[in-house]
Design a protein around this ligand. Sequence first.
Ligand code: SF4
Length: 69
Amino acid sequence: MQTVQEGQCGLCNHFGENHAKSQVLVSILSSKSADAAVLDECGHPKLMSLHLKVTPISGCDGFVPAAQA
Ligand code: SF4
């Protein structure tokens, strides 16, 4: 497991935002840790058309804190 910090995709509202919140995403938010193999699509409006896939420890300046489930 990897620690996910504020500013990283795993805690960003755009991480996997275009599908229903999976148990995996909810657990990353609550535990602030993620399996290294997790990959999901970034839903940031500027990146969505590119179908960018990111890991929970990736990040960019478009970070928006996810609301806790
Ligand atoms: S790439 Fe940026 S906008 Fe997309 S999920 Fe990661 S931090 Fe959020």
